[in-house]
Design a protein around this ligand. Sequence first.
Ligand SMILES: [Zn+2]
Length: 119
Amino acid sequence: MAHQTAFYDSTRAMLERERTVIMARMQSLEQNSIEFELDSDGVPPSGLEREGAIGAMLQSRLADIDNAIARLDDGTYGVCTTCAEPIPPRRLEALPFATLCVPCQSQAEKRVGRRVAVR
Ligand SMILES: [Zn+2]
């Protein structure tokens, strides 16, 4: 398989950028929590629970990014993990962390509740 340098570079740059944004958001989330603790003059930390959910969401997004970067490095990025068909570039643009092509994704969604082992 030919190494697509331009694609690799631009995708990697995009993923790194996304990673930086998420790291910054996680950091500001942490700082907000600390401010809530320090600023305890009657202001209830009402946002903390929601921030916990956001934190978990950011963490799983970060894992997706790391996974995508690893796949980019080993040359499996943009290839469906189920049927090994290339994922259309337009789908990757909309969903950079997609690991399944459209047919496999909809198959997987149909089998919700019955987990399929993905290689
Ligand atoms: Zn597939």
